[in-house]
Design a protein around this ligand. Sequence first.
Ligand code: ZN
Length: 432
Amino acid sequence: MTVTVHRARAVLSPGTPPLVDGAVAVRDGRIAAVGRFDDVISEFPDAAVHEEDGALTPGLVNAHTHLQYTDMAAVGRAAHDGFESWMGAFMELYPLPRDWSASAAAGAALCLRAGTTAVAEIVTDAEAGSAVHESGLHGIAFWEVLGWTESAWRLGGPETVRAQLGALPTPPTVGLSPHAIYSLDTEVIRELSRLAAEWGVRQHIHAAESAWEDAYVRTGTGDLAERWRANGRGEFALLSGNGVGTGVIPYLDSLGALTPTTHLAHGIYVDTDDRRLLRDRGVSVALCPRSNAVIGLDPPPIAAYLREGNAIAVGTDSLSSSPSLSIWHDVAALHRLAREQGYAAPDLHARLFHAATAGGAHALGLDAVDPTGILQVGARADLAVFPVSATTPEDALAELVENGPAEASLTVVGGHLRWRTPAREERMTANV
Ligand SMILES: [Zn+2]
């Protein structure tokens, strides 16, 4: 079996000391060795050696995105002053005829260029469902479920969703994404959680993203509640019952939606008790700070999540609410926010690096199947190389976290070369 060795002046993996002049050996889609180049090459003296220019890391995990909206970047390039104005701009473009398949494929290609090797991808229109499969990205395609009232659901909802889920091409693994607490009736969310367990699939839910949503769940009031009543959704239990008097997190918990096989997106409007409940339930949160800023929302409480020890991951959300699909750019935003929110501990670089790699793999449950998001012998060969100007591994980590590049110079998924900067295109082979 052919062995390929990628040699880089800095090799970084969460939870292990950085390596100077390090190398990773890849064989049959897995990592066969990690260490100093001299040691790795003595173990595999016949390996093909690729001299990489930059810092080699595990592939990044984008723990929340919607690749099908890549073609709607005009919405994400504008500034909005809240969820209502953003949704208005989104809904002007969403109904227009569009090639969702091509749009999602373009998004998958951008992810690979950004050094991302696994995604939590939300599929809303079935034509977009093949993008992750065809790109070779690792991760989960979550079928988005939204708009169901309880009465409609009783007329065949489970059968419909089961068929939609079954139509998604695999790999990747498939999952369910109950969209949000305001777009599905209470009993539908409860039943989806039960069905997800029965069908053995994970769930991914937008939660605690806007103040709108908070008022909606507590009292069934506010702009969002009025908009939904006007749109004929007044029979949703939260609207007819004037809310449940709690925030989004306890509400989801009361429906059985918070389990270790669920991860949330956003998690902005959460207090100390909510964060404790998420830890108790083993639920990770994918933070998407640039999307929150584009929409005009508050920033996530990253410092509190770090201090209290919540499991966090990083997502870009889609280009309809973010300037790019670069995970490093969201990591840089989280770094700035953490410092602004008073997080002064020296482990910030290491923890945000962990969130973008192993933390993302854990959020998606990928690490329950295979070691993923770390560089260790036997792990999936999901890796990336990023250009850096720093000369020491410690400085390279700081540079990646605070000002990481938009584009990788190399992206390898499961041992397959999926991206290399064109200048070195001549070295491309089908497998590495
Ligand atoms: Zn989203």
